[in-house]
Ligand binder design. Structure first.
Ligand code: M6R
Length: 382
């Protein structure tokens, strides 16, 4: 049931505040307070000790949007829990697995739990480690929206993202739910490994609890504006570039993928600092550039990368926080705003305007948003 929405994708975008609320209720202990010096984790994932004890390395395997969520996961696991983390496309890893490292947690991230490449990559990992000494044996965790799926059966334990069934082929609410899972995992590991002061953990948790209302505010304030803006890209525009840095580089990739999938406009996501190493040659008046410029450690850098694009006459769209909107207006032709938020949790908000932009461009073009050509909801064949 579309519940009055024109497409499932739009309905699922609007379900995101609820998805985050469900996740917060499911995986945070409301009785945890830093000042009580608790000896239990704030996170209620109930991970088996075998998965996290003596962990030296995490490797994440995924495809598509789940791979983008994994890149954010890598950032969180490294920055919060201090664990070296690699992210591979499952379709690559299955034919060229990395050399075996001991005490490795392998995480398969898959909304459907049925993606053939992700299953094969995890099977490869399980088989090749099966008869090795204990520290080299596979420890497998799945992050999935389908607790009954093939992947869920294959791994030692899952994090159930509990986003509810997603029907639109373009992943939206399940992406946000996957990113939430990585906050839980990274905070749980940070607590167990004592890599963060308890106060900082609590501060991040407080920030995460504001996300549902902040997504609602973003939807309220941006929906009409973005629909209006989308009209400008439905006729002549053939290419789009998305740029971002740090924790928001994966959001540039995700914004580009959403647009490609449903609007059939060619789009690329780049780390903003890479533009001058090649892609900037593409820019002219016909190629809009979307810069994810969230306040934080790389804000000024992204802004100056965006200005370089502007100097090539590109139409510039910025995604930034409402507080920076005025300043950003000096650089960007169009400013999409989200509420003020800590950099660490900004990707979940930054993705929302990009989902809406892709959605409205495709809807105005009259395309089959929920069932784009050549795509299936889950890619169960190689
Ligand atoms: O079910 P999975 O998360 O394993 O699916 C992976 C990709 O096929 C999927 O994310 C795909 O890229 C989506 N259509 C993106 O919107």
């Amino acid at each position: 049931e579309k519940q009055g929405f024109r497409h499932y994708m739009l309905k699922e975008i609007y379900e995101q505040p609820g998805v985050v609320r469900t996740a917060l209720e499911a995986y945070f202990n409301p009785n945890w307070h830093a000042q009580d010096n608790p000896d239990f984790s704030p996170v209620t994932l109930s991970l088996s000790p075998r998965l996290y004890e003596d962990l030296e390395h995490i490797q994440i395997l995924a495809c598509g949007t789940s791979w983008h969520a994994s890149l954010i996961g890598k950032y969180l696991l490294e920055q919060l829990a201090g664990i070296p983390t690699t992210v591979d496309y499952a379709s690559e890893f299955r034919y060229a697995p990395k050399p075996i490292i001991g005490n490795t947690l392998t995480i398969g991230v898959t909304q459907s739990g049925e993606t053939a490449d992700t299953i094969a990559a995890l099977e490869t990992e399980k088989e090749r480690r099966a008869n090795l000494e204990p520290k080299l044996q596979a420890r497998l965790l799945g992050i999935t929206n389908r607790p009954e799926s093939t992947i869920a059966q294959l791994v030692d334990q899952i994090i159930n993202t509990q986003a509810g069934i997603e029907i639109g082929v373009a992943a939206t609410k399940t992406f946000v739910a996957q990113v939430m899972s990585f906050y839980f995992l990274a905070l749980d590991l940070a607590f167990r490994r004592k890599t963060l002061p308890l106060e900082q953990i609590e501060q991040i948790i407080t920030g995460l609890h504001q996300i549902p209302t902040q997504i609602e505010k973003t939807l309220e304030s941006q929906a009409n504006y973005i629909e209006e803006l989308a009209h400008e890209f439905t006729k002549e525009t053939e290419d789009f570039i998305f740029i971002g840095r740090g924790i928001n580089f994966p959001i540039a990739l995700e914004g580009a993928l959403k647009l490609k999938e449903i609007s059939y406009i060619h789009a690329e996501g780049y780390p903003a600092g890479e533009m001058k190493h090649g892609p900037i040659a593409l820019l002219d008046t016909k190629v809009p550039v979307v810069a994810i410029a969230m306040p934080g450690s790389v804000y000024d850098k992204v802004l100056s990368n965006a200005q370089e694009a502007k100097a090539r006459d590109a139409r510039l769209i910025g995604v930034t926080s409402a507080m920076n909107a005025q300043e950003a207006a000096a650089t960007f032709d169009d400013v999409l705003t989200v509420p003020e938020v800590e950099e660490l949790i900004s990707p979940i908000l930054a993705v929302v305007p990009l989902q809406l932009l892709a959605y409205h461009i495709a809807a105005i073009k009259g395309l089959d948003v929920d069932q784009p050509r050549n795509l299936a909801k889950s890619v169960t064949v190689e």
